[in-house]
Design a binder for this molecule. Structure first.
Ligand code: XIL
Length: 458
């Protein structure tokens, strides 16, 4: 049998093309095994390796460091996306009310575009890093100042921004699931959707993200963000993406359900992005955590890319904890190698994203629940039915009443135990033929769910 022809000296080759070529020449059995870039073909920078699956790999950039040639050499070589670390924040761009200063933001933007990189905008509305004049404002005056700020800044950068973090960190930490108290929040609960609508009007070409921390796993805070995104999607509030900052350390390690959490947001019809990744530590433990994060993103088709929050450890806002991929001299750390290897070995499912995608209209599966309720407990049986096309995988999302929690699940994998819970197929019941159905069940304490669950097919 003729060997698949591979151009000699090719340094980057789409893994998808490898598989396609082999199938075309009949080596079908080998296609799965080599559906990843082989070592000889592996891309040698973070940006190029992420690009093999259509993703970006970015960094935060500080304008004050653009004169440091070690910094710019590493940044230019490795990254394909740039976020201004501080220079597009409210205090930087509008230091006095209605006086806009774009000097440092523009330096970063022109460095990025001049070197062929895309830009993430960070951030238009935030309780922190507000200029003094805004900190002391409230009510209608503040609401109007926010709208003016978003309009002016998003218009200035119109056409240059891949995605804006429109609103940053608007939810409270802990178990309340509440909004964070702030002067912006006190202008009215609708301030977030007003911010998104304002940003869309100013720059319709930019993806619009909500960005936060401590939302990386399923918890009360991320459940609250999830409910907001679900609500925005159902009411047509323009939101395209959710940013997961992903600042990790030993007190706040990469959560075990990181991938499942990214996936449940993606299932709402938004892109997910890892926006400010840094992981405190060193050596193989740090490397392993970076690898976990990269693999989680690669496994979620709507995970569009990863941004680390700085270039070298010494550039980090948490420099003493050495959370980045390069040491202070710009040398690659074990965490770098683990990240590159994970990017080169990852699955090829390309990110599917489109800022103008309308909210989902139903999908190819539906779900219904039969409840057996007693005082203080229940069992629920959920039937998933495929439509006129077969389903290759499914995930059912339902919201439990306050106080209820899942204690036991069968024929599905549960993500989360209370609030909004996502159940994904088990390996043996992923496929449902056209017109067919399957069932899973769970037991819980408290009152069982009464609303119709949502079902996402893959
Ligand atoms: C940080 C910057 O890295 C620091 O230089 C600055 O002093 C404070 O802000 N979440 C965010 C980022 O969204 O904007 C923050 O960046 C880190 C936490």
């Amino acid at each position: 049998m003729r060997q698949a022809s591979v151009p000699h000296g090719a340094t980057r080759r789409s893994p998808l093309r490898v598989a396609t070529t082999l199938i075309a020449t009949g080596v079908v059995a080998a296609a799965t095994a080599v559906a990843f870039a082989s070592a000889a073909d592996a891309a040698t920078t973070l940006g190029a390796s992420a690009a093999q699956s259509g993703r970006y790999f970015g960094t935060a950039i500080a304008a004050g460091k653009l004169g440091d040639s070690v910094y710019t050499t590493v940044a230019n070589r490795e990254f394909t996306m740039v976020t201004a670390e501080n220079e597009m924040k409210i205090d930087a761009t509008e230091p006095n009310q209605n006086q806009f200063t774009y000097t440092n933001g523009d330096r970063i933007a022109s460095w990025a575009t001049g070197n062929g990189k895309r830009l993430r905008g960070h951030t238009l509305a935030w309780h922190s890093q507000q200029p003094g004049w805004m900190q002391s404002m409230s009510g209608t005056a503040l609401r109007n100042a926010m709208i003016n700020h978003i309009t002016r800044v998003a218009t200035h950068y119109k056409g240059q921004i891949y995605a804006w973090d429109v609103v940053n960190e608007a939810f409270a930490d802990g178990n309340s699931g509440a909004r964070r108290d702030s002067n912006l929040q006190r202008t009215g609960n609708d301030w977030i959707e007003v911010a998104f609508r304002t940003a869309r009007a100013a720059d319709p070409g930019a993806k619009l993200c909500y960005n936060d921390y401590n939302t990386d796993g399923q918890n009360a805070k991320s459940n609250a963000v999830y409910a907001m995104v679900q609500d925005f999607r159902s009411r047509g509030v323009p939101i395209d993406c959710v940013g997961f900052q992903s600042h990790f350390n030993s007190q706040s390690p990469v959560p075990g359900d990181y991938q499942a959490n990214l996936q449940r947001f993606a299932d709402l019809g938004v892109d997910v992005q890892i926006t400010e990744l840094d992981i405190e530590g060193s050596g193989s433990a740090q490397a392993a955590s970076y690898s976990t994060v990269v693999k989680a993103c690669l496994a979620v088709s709507r995970c569009a890319g990863i941004t680390v929050w700085g270039v070298r450890d010494t550039d980090s806002w948490r420099a003493s904890a050495t959370p980045l991929l390069f040491d202070g001299n710009g040398n690659k750390k074990p965490a770098y190698t683990a990240t590159l290897d994970a990017l080169n070995g990852g699955p090829t499912n390309p990110p599917t994203s489109d800022p103008t995608t309308p909210p989902p209209t139903g999908g190819a599966c539906s779900a219904s629940t039969t409840l057996n309720q007693w005082t203080g407990g229940f069992t629920a049986t959920v039937r998933i039915s495929a439509g006129s096309a077969a389903v290759n995988g499914w995930a059912v999302t339902l919201t439990l009443p306050a106080g209820a929690s899942v204690t036991n699940t069968w024929n599905a994998v549960a993500g989360g135990g209370s609030g909004t819970v996502r159940f994904a197929n088990a390996s043996y019941n992923a496929r449902i033929p056209a017109g067919g159905s399957t069932e899973f069940g769970f037991q819980g304490t408290g009152t069982g769910p009464s609303a119709t669950p949502s079902c996402a097919a893959s």
